[in-house]
Design a binder for this molecule. Structure first.
Ligand code: MG
Length: 265
């Protein structure tokens, strides 16, 4: 789940203890398995509510807690589901619904977060629904690849700006745009921790990465303009021009030699 960017001067990045890292490793693998099972269900005719119900069941059977459900309750508008289910021009934070039916040619984003043995991991994938257009395939591929490019720049001693630059340069080189108003974030003890992690060169505060930081890296990539709008449900963000958007996210651990990706099997 991504974060609305705030202007903040204070950054308090939590370095995780070994036992916390172990819990995130285990939880991340479970979450990746849940995502795989959900991806296997993606097909024309399915509704997004049934995929959400399956996610909730699988997380609960694994001994985890869905972390998105109830998120934001202090605002009076808590997120009501286990997954964010966003289709086509919806970027992130779509609400699962019986009436949202996946159709051939859609691209469907599932974002999911879980607390397991006390620790949170967060991930997202974009799936093709049946046969999709060449452009839809391309934005999915570029988004997956820009996350890889960004992850390649993560290691202890590196500047977080190198991540942002790697993602942005890759995406813009392919003719797409990077969402700016939503960013990745630290993750672990809480769903959203410091630092903010823009997927573009923001000119924000310089952050030097240290071993034991855990980060949710999540480029949100648009086919047209980077500009976004918030829909009436006050959760769903969509592109203002109605063009496609894709999203991939992994939780990673910063280590001496690079990023250890925690949310993959
Ligand atoms: Mg996230």
């Amino acid at each position: 789940m991504s974060l609305k960017i705030l202007k903040s001067n204070d950054t308090m990045i939590i370095i995780k203890k070994q036992a916390e890292i172990e819990a995130m490793r285990e939880g991340g693998k479970i979450l990746a398995g849940v995502m795989q099972a959900l991806g296997d269900r993606v097909a024309p005719g399915k509704n997004t509510f049934e995929i959400d119900q399956l996610a909730e069941k699988l997380i609960s059977e694994a001994g985890g807690i869905p972390i998105f459900k109830g998120y934001g309750k202090e605002s009076g508008n808590p997120f009501p589901a286990t997954i964010c289910a966003s289709i086509n021009e919806e970027i992130v934070h779509g609400i699962p619904s019986l009436s949202r039916i996946l159709r051939e040619g859609d691209i469907f984003k599932i974002d999911i977060g879980m607390r397991y043995r006390g620790m949170v991991t967060d991930m997202a994938r974009t799936f093709a629904v049946g046969k999709i257009s060449v452009e839809a395939r391309k934005i999915m591929d570029v988004t997956r690849e820009c996350l890889e490019a960004g992850i390649g720049s993560i290691k202890a001693g590196a500047n977080l700006r190198d991540y942002s630059a790697a993602v942005q340069e890759y995406v813009e080189g392919q003719g797409f745009s990077v969402v700016r108003d939503l960013v990745g974030h630290g993750v672990g003890r809480f769903l959203h921790e410091d630092p903010h992690i823009p997927n573009y060169k923001s000119g924000g505060k310089e952050i030097i990465l240290e071993e034991g930081m855990t980060l949710a890296l999540e480029p949100m990539i648009n086919a047209g303009t980077h500009r976004i709008e918030l829909r009436k449900d006050r959760w769903t963000y969509a592109t203002v021009d109605g063009k496609l958007s894709a999203h991939f996210e992994d939780t990673v651990l910063v280590s001496k030699n690079g990023a250890e990706i925690l949310t993959r099997i």
